[in-house]
Design a protein. Structure first.
Length: 505
């Protein structure tokens, strides 16, 4: 037994004991009876006594089952299957409640119920596949079980936010890390090649620099294709500069400008992420590296399917990262619909990737407020908000504004960005409320159609829009675009592209 296995087994059993105790407390009046949407409320009582008791029974039965010896014909497999069925029922019932509330009004107890049931389901799966019973399972069945373990925890993160201060996201992150250690020790791999989290090659001897040595592990492996089906011409370039000091950047943002053009302008800075592991030792440009950090592509990610989120037929789906790579980043000829991993907190969901980047010092500056509409200013953030943008050529983020200052760092591939100033807002033809969703930060104008890059209509209004002045740039790997608050921007992936955005104020 490996150290990782022992720790994960202990974590699973401890979680079951805690959940059983919390359910007992909730059904015996040991917690407030009022559903509370505050993050600090750990009570399940708002979910109703029958469901809480059902969850508690599954935790108790898991503990009992774990103490029974494994032997063929003793009914342990049947008992395991029944516990899994009941936990799946709880997960389904909890998720159904998500649709009864607006997202911000969903009582935490339902997200907590979903997360706890998912943790128990993972524990049942892990203990059944790691013990003596699991050793009798075939390789295909083992792989299927591993797929289900990863899926269970990822859905708890993506759909329920990994709710719970006692366990929640912290427990799930730790479980993933320990599971990776278990798999490394067992050399379990879906494709017969290197194990999950392993490196494709052995470390080379005789290297004096650890980082250089690690970089060489990946250098001979294929990178994403740099192919660009279409490259727009640049007529009104954004100002460019080499990476400047924090003091110089602060001065740039706050310098006085004429009354007609208040506030700072966009700026492209070269060389900001030069030392990021994502650009050196842990290259995001290498599919093999990305797969090695996602359990050989098993980790689930939410993707947008369609050309743009304002297009008819646009949708969202959750899929394994490996399927996203195979089906959408490097599809077969004739391929599928465009899909985009867009504005997703991937670095929170997958902490291994968070270690591959650094927050630019510029995010610790004190930027000015909105230049034309102070009502748009948001409460100060405690820390920058990070999102990733990963997709094939042709991905589009329609013309829109952000609620914060933004640093868009290009890690892999190239992107085209067009920007319109805040004082042109009246000519941006902002959308209103659509389908119950406020879309006032997004323009009705399709820049690609206006310019003739994409198919679509075009009338008198599009002709008038062509007269609005704009700035534009093509971001190369290693470039960082500063987008001041209030600036409208349209973003188009030219090649396979991986970017990180940092919102701050």
């Amino acid at each position: 037994m490996t150290d990782s296995h022992s720790k994960l087994e202990t974590a699973c059993l401890s979680a079951a004991k805690e959940i059983h105790g919390e359910c007992s407390s909730a059904t015996s009046g040991g917690a407030s009876s009022t559903p509370n949407s505050q993050p600090g409320n750990e009570s399940l009582q708002g979910c109703g006594e029958p469901l809480v008791r059902l969850l508690g029974r599954q935790a108790s039965q898991l503990l009992t089952l774990s103490s029974e010896p494994s032997a063929e014909g003793n009914g342990k497999d049947e008992k395991t299957a029944l516990i899994l069925k009941r936990l799946e029922d709880i997960i389904t019932a909890s998720y159904a409640r998500f649709y009864a509330y607006l997202f911000g009004e969903l009582p935490v107890c339902w997200r907590l119920m979903y997360t706890n049931a998912s943790i128990l389901k993972f524990a049942v799966l892990y203990l059944s596949y790691s013990g003596e019973t699991g050793l009798r399972k075939g390789a295909e069945e083992m792989e299927s079980g591993l797929d289900e373990m990863v899926k269970t925890l990822d859905l708890a993160l993506i759909l329920a936010g990994g709710a719970g201060e006692r366990r929640g996201r912290r427990w799930i992150d730790e479980a993933f890390a320990l599971l990776e250690g278990v798999l490394q020790a067992r050399k379990l791999s879906p494709d017969g090649e290197h194990v999950i989290g392993d490196r494709p090659h052995k470390r080379r001897k005789g290297m004096s620099n650890d980082e250089e040595r690690e970089a060489k592990l990946w250098e001979d492996l294929p990178s994403f294709s740099p192919h660009e089906p279409f490259t727009p011409p640049i007529k009104h370039p954004v100002q460019r500069a080499q990476a400047i000091s924090l003091e110089a950047f602060q001065a740039y943002m706050t310098r006085k400008t004429n009354p007609v053009n208040p506030g700072p302008s966009p700026l492209v800075l070269s060389g900001v992420p030069t030392s990021w592991p994502a650009r050196t030792t842990h290259p995001w440009s290498k599919p093999a590296y990305l797969l090695s950090r996602t359990f050989s592509g098993r980790r689930l990610v939410p993707v947008e399917v369609g050309r743009s989120y304002v297009d008819e037929g646009w949708g969202q789906k959750i899929m394994p990262f490996g399927d996203f790579l195979r089906s959408h980043i490097d599809p077969a000829p004739g391929g599928t619909k465009t899909a985009y991993l867009a504005q997703h907190p991937l670095l929170t969901q997958l902490p291994a990737f968070r270690a591959d980047i650094l927050i630019p010092d510029y995010c610790y500056s004190a930027p000015p407020g909105h230049p034309t509409d102070p009502a748009q200013d948001q409460p100060e953030l405690d820390s920058p908000r990070l999102n990733v943008w990963f997709g094939p050529p042709g991905t589009i983020t329609p013309l829109h504004t952000d609620p914060y200052h933004n640093l868009l760092v290009q890690v892999v591939g190239r992107k085209y960005v067009r920007l319109y100033a805040p004082w042109e807002t009246g000519r941006m033809r902002a959308r209103g409320r659509e389908g119950g969703v406020e879309m006032g930060n997004t323009s009705e104008v399709d820049v690609g159609v206006v310019e003739g890059w994409d198919k679509g209509g075009g009338g008198e209004e599009e002709g008038e829009f062509r007269e609005v002045p704009f700035l534009e740039c093509i971001l190369e790997p290693g470039d960082t675009l500063y987008i001041p608050i209030g600036w409208w921007h349209y973003v188009r992936g030219l090649s396979v592209s991986f970017s990180v955005s940092f919102w701050w104020n």
